[in-house]
Write a new protein. Structure first.
Length: 140
């Protein structure tokens, strides 16, 4: 991955968010189906763009998602994670209301409140991409 340039900086900060325990659904319910996964990816792309970041790789399973994000250092990691989780949760609850309501009542958040994030040097990026791509996507 090539470094990017800001007005006063050059940077390459790659974050792998989503290793098994991150961006997991509340109570680890297996609620995510194929259309939801696609919508979550679209939303994550939009949030990343708004925050000056790039979504490099995305995949997930029925109870969690993985993101490889090219992070812009003008942001805080917690702000990016908060924006990603809040926007995707609102959208999924609104657009997939009947499916989500089978698993959660109205005052339970879609995502668990915890998250995991790790920075990654340039050497293992392809391995991270392969790992994220290899996730067992929901079949429904």
């Amino acid at each position: 991955m090539r470094p990017r340039k800001g007005s006063h900086s050059v940077f390459s900060v790659l974050l792998h968010t989503g290793l098994i325990n991150v961006f997991v659904t509340h109570y680890r319910r297996k609620v995510i189906n194929t259309p939801m996964l696609a919508r979550i990816e679209t939303m994550c792309n939009q949030v990343c763009e708004k925050m000056g970041c790039k979504l490099v790789e995305f995949s997930g399973e029925s109870d969690h998602v993985h993101l490889l994000v090219d992070f812009h250092p003008k942001n805080s990691i917690s702000a990016l994670v908060g924006s990603l989780k809040a926007s995707t949760s609102r959208t999924i609850r609104r657009e997939f209301k009947s499916e989500v309501n089978r698993f959660y009542w109205s005052d339970v958040s879609f995502w668990s409140s915890s998250y995991y994030v790790a920075s990654s040097g340039p050497a293992p990026i392809e391995k991270l991409r392969q790992y994220i791509k290899s996730q067992d996507k929901p079949t429904a």
